[in-house]
Design a protein around this ligand. Sequence first.
Ligand code: ZN
Ligand code: ZN
Ligand code: FE
Length: 785
Amino acid sequence: MADCVEKERRVITHQIIITGIVQGVGFRPHVYNLAVGFGLNGVVLNDSRGVTIEIQGAREKILSFEKELKSNPPLRSRIDSFDIEAVETPDTHKFFSIGETKSYDEKIAQVSPDLDICDSCLNELFNPGDRRYLYPFINCTHCGPRFTIIKNVPYDRPYTTMEQFVMCSECKVEYEDPGNRRFHAQPNACPMCGPRVALTDNHGKELLVGIDSSGNKAVFEKLCELLGCGKIIAIKGIGGFHLACDALDEVAVANLRSRKYREDKPFAVMFPTLESIKDFCMLREQEESLLQSVPHPIVIVEKKRGRDVAFSVAPNNHFLGVMLPYSPIHHLLFHFYSKPLVMTSGNVSDEPIVFTNSEAYRRLSGIADFFLIHNRDINTRCDDSVYRIWKGLEYPIRRSRGYAPDSVRVEWEFEKQVLACGPEQKNTFALAKNDRVYLSYHIGDMDNYEVLRSFEEGIAHFKNVFDIEPRIVAYDLHLDYLSTKYAENYPDKTKSGDSVIKVGIQHHHAHAVSCMAENGVNRPVIAVTLDGTGYGEDGTIWGGEILLSELDKYSRLGNFETVPMPGGAASIKNPWQMAISYLYSIYNRKLLDVNLPFLDKIKENELELVFSMLEKGVNSPMTSSCGRLFDGVAAIAGVRNSVNYEGQAAVEFEQYIQERSNIAYNFKLLDKQEKFIIQWRSMIIQLVGDVKSGKSVGEVSLKFHNGLAKVLYEAVVKSKEITGISYVVLSGGVFMNVHLLTRLHKFLEDGGFTVYIHRQVPANDGGIALGQAVIAGAKHLKGTI
Ligand code: ZN
Ligand code: ZN
Ligand code: FE
């Protein structure tokens, strides 16, 4: 009995090291309050690894404290590791305190993605008695910008863009009080001491400034008056500028389209409330929760039939990208304006999103009539993320704000630090060290100087905050990609003189491994990789490949029959050229006798040019691309002859499907000596018959999708016969097609295969960098580079 009491009283000390997303999410005040609640002494501090706690007191209480902290961490945190070590420290702590931030040499602290406004701050924002009433920069330890304002780690005010604002006495008291919700909230501010919004014309002339709550009220009231008369406003947000206009005002939206040079790629819409989305769209439960989740992505949902926002928002599209307000500025907008707003990235066509005030006036003054700017600088641009729900879970389309720079963990260690330069389209890059791959925000299509600059700045920033000095640089095999050229020009030695290994990674192998890596798969798999374009190792353009894939190597089990791409890249913009190519392979010039309606819209001289390219084999690279097959078939079916963005014909073709049934075209699977071939000839002949006999585009589309899923399933079955493997990954941009994904996935599961799909990074080229990084790391471990 006496022993027990003695044991109970004995003071012990534990050192706890926690890694994960534990900085900038209210972790230290949470630990402080918990420890004080248990009557424990000690100290908690941020360091470059994460959070370290020294906790001292009775053993039982410490165990309860640890259990409670582990099972109920702060709302927006994520614990990756929780290591406890008993230490022999004298009974020195007289109370619990929050210590000074320590800087370690090795900076592996996680930088938190940006957080949406929390409920407590939202209540204060609209409480007339609160000193931050209507203040657009209200935040606390649970909410506010993070990644986009961080210049360096550890996450402390001097290392953020808030450094220029000196806290007033009231803010300072909050900031220094461990019991306060704003204790060490780095972006803490108020109307007295913090950033301000201003409404300006498109030359930068200030019209109204939000110096206090009535000033802010005036700014937002005026803004809403302007939106109400069809004006386009550039609004500075968390990761950059949005271009906003009333989503129900057709004239305003059409205006925005023509000024932005964006023909018909859909715009995203921000709605005031969940209820208001339901007026226009069908929402499933998981979509509702994703819309309200901390990252607040754009979610692709189905429009209600017969109910639509302005036609020009998402022309000819059954789906709409919707989101909810996530920053105080958005909430203020909808406090005064009750209609949905188009909120599209503030850029001109394919340039990166604008994120500084000076750049905004330079680049957007031809588009926006007025500007809502502010003086809290954005350090790193970050577009909105785009997701959809598939089979009840998140299926990424663009992984950026709210998710970046979160890492993907692998189950082994990188021996050398890696930089993966990513692909050309939808570029993201990645940096890897220890057991993590840090994925960048959306960089964009690397086809102009501005995007390249953004890419280079992003890599420099990531190297700094994650303290990574790459010894391996991975890049796509395509020599013309700007990301590949960047890798080529990358210094051969690090600053400390170590040599840098450069390794080219095949595009579809990278797709396959990105899916393997995020699913923790480390065994050989059959990879179905379908996309538009990727450089193949045999000199043809790949894009419909069945691979036997391992982390460090792959071989090609089969692919789609190749076909010329007359005009090369031009045929991507003009699906009719692909249509001619497929038809020509079967009918030669006699295809003109077939009398297909899509031919009527083609000019004779252009048709003749395509014929002569095909006949002479000039500018007609061979491709096995499944994306091009979609384009060609959609054109033959009469969907469209040319596109304004890659994949448009395929996207619209899929949406023609009305009913679900099993009718399907027949493809053929041919055994060749070294690999099998998926042949489309019989399918094209059946398709031509249907189009000639006037079958609807919807029926043709259904038959094509079903036939494709069926032959891909047969290809996987054949691959299993060859390899004995029954693990399958599905990757590549074509798997943005939900009908194909759903059908193939079901065939495979019913057939007893274990199927892995993307949940953390996009199946499209936005996920390539993850695959490149992992392949490079795995090759190095195997000693093959
Ligand atoms: Zn808050
Ligand atoms: Zn203040
Ligand atoms: Fe791809």
